[in-house]
Design a protein around this ligand. Structure first.
Ligand SMILES: *C/C=C(C)/C=C/C=C(C)/C=C/C1=C(C)CCCC1(C)C
Length: 248
């Protein structure tokens, strides 16, 4: 009965893709419970930020639960729900940047810039992945997506966010710096997954020749990226909320 309710199916020990979807579900669930439980004990100025960390991991947990089942049932990559998850959670990560820079004077326009760039990045990436069999243009969409990604990196490291970090408290500046590394290094995991999984490779360059193995590698890379970035981002915010910083 419990097995039916939880929709648990046996995972073949060699099925690493299904395994990472399973672990991803549990990790996101655990993280969401943790962040939600901690909201109450958080000082009022950081409460919304910790709540948003909970929302990001909760939304991911629901999608991972679904993607895990989809992958076990069909053996396919759950591309559509992967992008539905990202298009909800990445803008929330933009909200985190906005919330912590607000006290240093961030304007709502900054939030829209970040959200706009992330939507462009994800919609073009989705088109690049969803158009199957047209290998020649997958790199065009990948490149547009990459340009939007670099714009986000620019905003965080040199643009508005970086400027606001200068007039922020030491704890906020430190958090912005760590989150900046997540965006620069952690997020760079995703284009690697895209290159691995793109039909025909990128610029005709294939990391893995066998099609099924290429898609499996892509899903594993995306799953690792999500665990690092979603939970890691949340923990940086959590650490900030526990710093002795009261006039941020
Ligand atoms: C929680 C989910 C996160 C943080 C997802 C981030 C996704 C990206 C940074 C994706 C970037 C891509 C490119 C830069 C080019 C190729 C296509 C994408 C969408 C994989």
């Amino acid at each position: 009965m419990l097995q039916i309710f939880l929709d648990i199916k046996a995972i073949d020990p060699h099925n690493y893709v299904a395994f990472t979807f399973f672990i991803g579900t549990m990790a996101m669930m655990g993280a969401a419970v943790f962040f939600f439980m901690e909201v109450g004990g958080t000082s009022p100025q950081w409460r919304t930020s910790v709540l948003v960390s909970g929302l990001i991991t909760f939304i991911a947990a629901v999608h991972y639960y679904y993607m895990r089942g989809y992958n076990l049932d069909t053996g396919d990559s759950p591309t559509f729900f992967r992008y539905v998850d990202w298009i909800l959670t990445v803008p929330l990560m933009c909200v985190e940047f906005y919330l912590i820079t607000k006290k240093a004077g961030a304007k709502i326009g900054l939030l829209w810039k970040l959200i706009f760039a992330s939507v462009v990045m994800l919609v073009t990436g989705y088109i690049g992945e969803a158009i199957k069999g047209t290998e020649t243009i997958s790199w065009v969409w990948g490149a547009i997506s990459g340009a939007a990604y670099f714009y986000i990196v620019y905003l965080v490291w040199m643009g508005d966010v970086a400027q606001l970090a200068k007039s922020s408290s030491a704890s906020v500046a430190k958090a912005i710096n760590t989150l900046g590394w997540f965006v620069l290094v952690g997020w760079a995991i995703y284009p690697l997954g895209y290159i691995l999984g793109t039909e025909g490779g990128l610029f005709g360059f294939k990391l893995v020749q066998d099609r099924a193995a290429a898609v499996a590698a892509m899903d594993i890379v995306y799953n690792i990226g999500d665990a690092i970035n979603k939970i890691g981002f949340g923990l940086v915010i959590y650490a900030l909320s526990r710093s002795n910083d009261n006039n941020a």
